[in-house]
Every structure is written in C-alpha cells, then in structure tokens.
Ligand binder design. Structure first.
Ligand SMILES: Nc1ccn([C@H]2C[C@H](O)[C@@H](COP(=O)(O)OP(=O)(O)OP(=O)(O)O)O2)c(=O)n1
Length: 192
C-alpha cells in the first residue's frame, strides 16, 4: 500500500524524515525532491564493476547546465531523507519524463531504514538544460507486511553523490573510497 500525501505529512518527524520538508511539495501520494547543485561524471572509457571508477565533479550554475545524451550524470537530492518501517521509492516526474530526462537507471527502489541523500543516475534522450534546485523526482512510501530488518549496508548515511561501490562486494580492497579526478591540475600539468 502506498501512503497518501496527507499520510506522509502526518508521519514526518516520526517514521519519515525529509529535510528540509515543504508542504507545498506534497502530491496526492508522494513528495517532490529537488536537485542539488553538483554532478559527478565518470572519467573512464570503460567502467569496471570490480574497481572504483574515476570521476569529475561539476557544478550546475544558476544559469543551468546542458546534459547531453550518451552520458551518465550522477546527482543527488537536496533533501536528506530517513525512512523507518516503510519502503521508500523515488520516481521521475512526468513533466521531466515528457522532456526525455531519466532520473534513475532501474533503481528507484530504496530500503526501509535508508538514511541519506538519494543519488540520482541521470541521463537524457535529447540535450536538455537543467538547473539547481528544480524538483527533479518524487519519493513515495510503501507499507510492508512482515518484520523488517532495516538497511545498514554500503550506501547508508550517504552525505554526497555516491558512485557505485559494487567493487566492495567483489573483493576490491581500496584505501581511497573513490578516485576523484583532479582535472584542473592535470590540465595545468599537461600545458606546463
Ligand atoms: N537511485 C537510488 C537508489 C537507491 N539509493 C539508496 C537507497 C537504497 O536504500 C540504497 C541501496 O540501494 P540498493 O539496495 O538498490 O543497492 P545495492 O543492492 O546496490 O546495495 P546494497 O548491497 O548496499 O543494498 O541506496 C539511492 O541513493 N539512489
């Protein structure tokens, strides 16, 4: 069963945390979440599920940024969410779907107990200009039958855009969590 907007509101501060929460973002059975102002783009010709992959961090300026087809942009919600005893899910918004923008790659499904910013896996059918702060997706909540063992795995308490940590399951021991590419110093080195 999916919670109504009214029910979401009544559970805020109890089973549901959406921070910051704005009542105006409630829908009949979901709550809109907005886009933070940063994106990560992988800097690998071939991504490797067994290794941390290098990426670049981009800031979405107030005047917007054009996303190009064929590229995966990891973003995150501005809202921190916590969900207890319910299964949270994020989905796209029809208004953005009608412009050909996807906000996740088959992974809208969350876990009961998940706390953190949601990482968005954005890609687009056509070039599209996006802006920081736009309502990018919606979160909804399912009631669960049966006991719940709440989520406490690798994406718990995500405080940033979180690239894939699949490599952890596959035995890669890494010191650095992810390899952020310092593109500006590389360019400086290359031209000096
Ligand atoms: N687009 C998404 C989808 C999920 N999540 C968060 C909420 C989920 O509770 C958590 C874990 O999602 P999955 O269970 O789908 O992830 P994995 O199975 O890959 O990882 P784990 O082994 O940690 O469960 O990640 C997210 O931030 N952004």
């Amino acid at each position: 069963m999916i919670l109504s907007g009214e029910e979401i509101r009544s559970r805020i501060g109890n089973q549901i945390v959406v921070e910051p929460f704005e009542e105006s973002k409630l829908n009949p059975n979901s709550c809109n979440l907005s886009l933070h102002d940063e994106l990560l783009v992988y800097e690998e010709v071939v991504l490797d599920v067994r290794q941390p992959n290098r990426y670049r961090r981009l800031e979405i300026p107030a005047e917007g940024m054009v996303l190009q087809p064929g590229c995966l942009y990891l973003g995150r919600t501005s809202e921190w969410t916590e969900t207890r005893g319910l299964v949270p899910m994020i989905e796209g918004r029809s208004s953005l779907g009608r412009l050909g923008l996807f906000v996740h790659v088959t992974t809208g499904f969350g876990d009961a107990g998940f706390c953190g910013y949601w990482t968005l896996e954005m890609y687009t059918v056509q070039p599209i200009r996006i802006y920081p702060g736009i309502d990018i997706c919606q979160i909804m909540y399912h009631e669960v039958r049966g006991d719940i063992e709440e989520y406490c795995s690798k994406y718990q308490n995500s405080r940033d855009i979180q690239p894939s940590m699949m490599y952890r399951e596959l035995g890669c021991v890494e010191n650095d969590q992810q390899l952020e590419l310092d593109f500006e110093s590389l360019v400086r080195e290359a031209i000096s």
